[in-house]
Design a protein around this ligand. Structure first.
Ligand code: DGY
Length: 320
C-alpha cells in the first residue's frame, strides 16, 4: 500500500506494523506523476487532502485497489463516483477534529474582529508610539448575530462557543434543518440571502461540492453588512479570492479570517495576503495533538480494515 505522507505515530506505527507500506518521506506532497507510479499494484492508499484521487490514480493502481483512506474529514480531493464505480471504499476521519477546528474558527473571528493583525504588525514594525484613542477599533461580539453556513458537527461546535461565550444569536443556512442546533443554541434556519443580510459574523463550515464551489463571490460579500467579519475554516474553494479581496479593500465587509485559501496554498503575490484586515492561517484548524493523533489513528484503522475487506470504522457512503 501507499501512504502519501508521514503522519502521526498514533496511526503510522500501526500501518507499518500491520502492512507492507511504502511511506512517502518528503514533507512536500508527492507529485501527480509520483502518485501514479507509487500506487501501481496497491490494495490501499492513505491520502491527504492535498492528494487528488481520481480515475487515473485508481486505474494506475489496478483492480486490486480496495480502499482510499483520507486523513481528513473533508474528501473533496477524492472523486467519489470514480471510486465507487470501481468498488473502492473511501474512509475519512470525522469527529476527532471538531473541537480543534471550532476553536480555530473562533480564534480567527476574534483576531479579525479585533484588528489583531494590524496591531501585531504595528508592534513588530516598531511603530507603537502611543495609546491610540482612535486606532485599531474593532467590532464588538456580545449579543451579535453569528451566521453559520453548514451546520454540521464543526458548525455547531463553533455556534456553541459563540452562543454560550458571547450570547450571540445563531442563524444558519443548511440543506436540511438541524433540530439539534435549534435545540442546543436556539439556532434559526434562514436562506443564505437572509443569513448574509442579518449576520454580524459569517462562519463557513460546509463541505466543498458543486453547489458550494465559490458560493462566496462578489454578490455574497455585497449582501453582507459593512461591519461583518467573514471566517472560512472549511475549504478555500468556497470563496472567490479576488472578490473577497475587493470586498475587504472597498469596505463592503470589515474583515476576514481564513484558515483556507483559494488556491491553497496561495501564490506568493496573492494581494489578499497584504491586507491588514485579513488574517490568514495555513490550514491548521485540526493541528492539535489530540485532533491529529485521532485523525491518524482513524485513517490507519480505515486503511487496514479496507485492505482486509472489513467494514471501515468511518466510511464515506455513496449517495443515491
Ligand atoms: C479536514 O479534515 O478536512 C480538515 O480540513 C483538516 O484540517
Amino acid at each position: 500500500m501507499f501512504v502519501a505522507r508521514r503522519i502521526p505515530a498514533a496511526g503510522l506505527d500501526r500501518v507499518i506494523a500491520e502492512c507492507d507500506a511504502d511511506v512517502w518521506q518528503d514533507p512536500m506532497p508527492p507529485s501527480r506523476e509520483v502518485i501514479l507510479d507509487k500506487v501501481r499494484g496497491c490494495d490501499g492508499i492513505l491520502s491527504l487532502l492535498t492528494d487528488t484521487m481520481d480515475a487515473a490514480v485508481f486505474d494506475a493502481a489496478g483492480p486490486g485497489l480496495k480502499v482510499v483512506s483520507n486523513m481528513a474529514v473533508g474528501y473533496n480531493n477524492i472523486n467519489t463516483s470514480d471510486a465507487f464505480d470501481r468498488g473502492i471504499r473511501i474512509g475519512n476521519t470525522p469527529g476527532v477534529l471538531t473541537e480543534a477546528t471550532a476553536d480555530m474558527a473562533v480564534t480567527l473571528l476574534l483576531a479579525a474582529a479585533r484588528c489583531l493583525r494590524e496591531g501585531i504588525e504595528n508592534v513588530s514594525a516598531r511603530q507603537w508610539k502611543n495609546w491610540e484613542p482612535l486606532g485599531f477599533i474593532g467590532q464588538d461580539l456580545g449579543g451579535k448575530t453569528i451566521g453559520i453556513v453548514g451546520m454540521g458537527r464543526i458548525g455547531l461546535a463553533t455556534a456553541e462557543r459563540l452562543h454560550r461565550g458571547w450570547g450571540m444569536k445563531v442563524v444558519y443556512a443548511s440543506r436540511t434543518a438541524k433540530p439539534d442546533a435549534e435545540h442546543r443554541v436556539s439556532a434559526v434556519r434562514l436562506s443564505l440571502d437572509a443569513l448574509l443580510e442579518q449576520s454580524d459574523f459569517v462562519s463557513v463550515h460546509t463541505d466543498l461540492n458543486e453547489s458550494t464551489l465559490e458560493m462566496f463571490d462578489a454578490s455574497a460579500f455585497k449582501a453582507m453588512k459593512s461591519t461583518a467579519v467573514f471566517v472560512n475554516t472549511s475549504r478555500g474553494g468556497i470563496h472567490v479570492s479576488e472578490d473577497l479581496h475587493d470586498a475587504l479593500v472597498s469596505g463592503e465587509i470589515f474583515a476576514a479570517g481564513l484558515d483556507v485559501t483559494n488556491p491553497e496554498p496561495p501564490s506568493s503575490d496573492d494581494p489578499l495576503l497584504d491586507l491588514p484586515n485579513c488574517v490568514v492561517a495555513p490550514h491548521i484548524g485540526s493541528a492539535t495533538v489530540s485532533a491529529r493523533n485521532g485523525m491518524a489513528s482513524i485513517a490507519a484503522a480505515n486503511l487496514i480494515a479496507g485492505v482486509r475487506g472489513e467494514n471501515l470504522p468511518h466510511e464515506v457512503i455513496p449517495e443515491n
